[in-house]
Design a protein around this ligand. Structure first.
Ligand SMILES: [Zn+2]
Length: 500
């Protein structure tokens, strides 16, 4: 049998004013979209869901039909022209004379200038073209805001199980196994989708910690139930201002709709009952820097929640650095996306001393630049590989030409020319930083940095900074949510009636 693989992934943060153009979906090292054999070469041996699907389809003896792959670093709303190009290309390339089924990797929180539910629209167009009999399995990020449109237009939706996303490979394998069973006529998926009207705050989305770990235990219980084919739980992405924003649950059985409904009602109701536990929990900026500065054990790692690069933010927020300078912290390390400052350093060369206005340039939501004098210690091309299992399953990293700039207080400021979320410690080690020797390290994320940074940390603290990924919902104005949603309102939950 022949199984098509295609991928369109973007986490769209509608609170960012800058939109996301088509070029952002090209692989920066390759300079084009990953496609065909390039897609297989790029992902083979990695930890991405495509890596898992490639291995599993080959193991089955089925044939891979590799198609378009567009992945962009999380950022603002996708431009209409980018959406049109990508969706037209995906739909044009999928034909039933060439393949028997399709595995598509979508994110689930993609928003374009035209469509609030891009993922649902992609699946609808594929379904309209291919008809109801053609098997489509869609994998989704744990942060998906799942809609009925997405659920209705795929045979099965498979969501990552963990946040940080460490099981991406396994979900790719799972999708390929389920596809094989459908193609062999061993499986007729019957699924139920339930979206309780609740949000899980970003600071509470770590699936390895309570309270969400309790939902994961319930999901594991379902997954071990032999009558359940696959069960998923999506956290939701609070920075996509869309009607379907929120947590959701999916349970599939083999041709037993009533059973899937029963199981899905059970797990979603138990999660809903604990909804008060999923609210904001983070330190304030001044308090966090003070605790880090006074700590005997080091490094203390401060996760900048409001500038969560993996959630689309600017990667140049200065709220924490201003406070670090104000409190005279010595021997810290922080990373800034700041091409302007990096170029000045590259022009001046290693060993030169200069004064820079660092950060706060991408927009007006992440603080003012910090003026600091320092020395250029090192310059790299900003590329490295990290074969450990990291958030999202990526192994190849590229943050563009990168500079290590050091202040007289041994503040190590790493200046990058591409925005790179901090899922690999290579971001700082590849340029010569030993994290274990630093007193304070900041990262721009909430949960994403933890597998890479926590092994070095004496303590990791979430900091309630302002910014386009603020976890403090009072800083955000939602315009597109059409239903009452906890904790914004106090809705009632009736399984089967809150779907969006
Ligand atoms: Zn995610």
């Amino acid at each position: 049998m022949k199984i098509g693989l295609t991928c369109f992934m973007h986490e769209s943060n509608n609170f960012i004013k800058k939109t996301t153009p088509l070029d952002n979906f090209k692989d920066p090292s390759f300079g084009d979209f990953l496609y065909g054999d390039y897609l297989i070469d790029y992902f083979r041996g990695g930890n991405h869901e495509l890596s898992g699907s490639i291995d599993e389809i080959e193991r089955q003896g089925n044939t891979i039909i590799p198609k378009f792959c567009g992945i962009a670093t999380p950022s603002g709303t996708v431009e209409k022209s980018a959406f049109d190009y990508i969706v037209n290309r995906i739909v044009d390339e999928i034909n039933d004379d060439e393949m028997d089924g399709l595995i598509i990797n979508l994110h689930g929180a993609t928003v374009s200038e035209e469509y609030l539910d891009v993922d649902g629209e992609v699946l609808l167009r594929l379904r309209n073209k291919m008809g109801p009999e053609f098997p489509i399995i869609c994998t989704l990020d744990k942060h998906a805001n799942i809609s009925s449109k997405m659920f209705d237009n795929a045979d099965i939706l498979v969501v990552f199980r963990t946040c940080p996303h460490l099981d991406t490979y396994d979900r790719g394998v799972e999708a390929a196994k389920l596809m094989d069973q459908i193609l062999k006529k061993e499986l007729i998926p019957a699924g139920t989708f339930i979206a309780p009207p609740m949000m899980i705050n970003m600071t509470k989305q770590n699936t390895f910690e309570e309270p969400v770990s309790k939902i994961i235990e319930d999901m594991d219980y379902l997954s071990n139930d032999t009558s359940v084919v696959t069960a998923s739980f999506a956290l939701g992405f609070p920075f996509a201002d869309v009607p379907e924003l929120g947590a959701s649950f999916l349970v599939y059985t083999n041709n037993n709709l009533e059973l899937s409904r029963e199981k899905c009602e059970w797990v979603s109701t138990r999660a809903w009952e604990n909804r008060k536990e999923y609210n904001l929990d983070a330190y304030e900026v001044e308090e966090a820097v003070k605790i880090a500065n006074e700590s005997e054990a080091f490094p203390v790692i401060l996760n900048d929640v409001g500038d969560n690069t993996g959630g689309g933010s600017s990667a140049d927020s200065t709220f924490l650095l201003h406070e670090i300078v104000k409190q005279n912290v010595e021997n810290y390390c922080t990373v800034f996306f700041d091409p302007e400052s990096a170029s000045k350093c590259i022009d001046s060369g290693i060993g030169s001393t200069l004064t820079l206005n660092i950060g706060g340039k991408v927009d007006d939501q992440h603080g003012s630049p910090v003026k600091l004098e320092g020395k250029v210690i090192n310059i790299t091309d900003g590329k490295w590989e990290d074969t450990e299992i990291r958030h999202g399953g990526y192994t190849k990293y590229n943050q563009g030409n990168t500079v290590l700039f050091e202040t007289k207080d041994r503040g190590s400021i790493i200046l990058t020319t591409l925005r790179q979320p901090p899922q690999s410690i290579g971001q700082i080690t590849h340029i010569g930083i030993d994290p274990s020797k630093k007193k304070l390290i900041t990262t721009r994320g909430v949960i994403l940095p933890r597998p890479a940074y926590d092994p070095f940390a004496a303590k990791t603290m979430l900091v309630n900074t302002k910014g386009t990924t603020t976890a403090d919902l009072k800083n955000l104005t939602f315009n597109n949510i059409k239903r009452d949603l906890y904790p914004l309102q106090n809705p009632i939950f009736k399984p089967g009636f809150n779907e969006v």
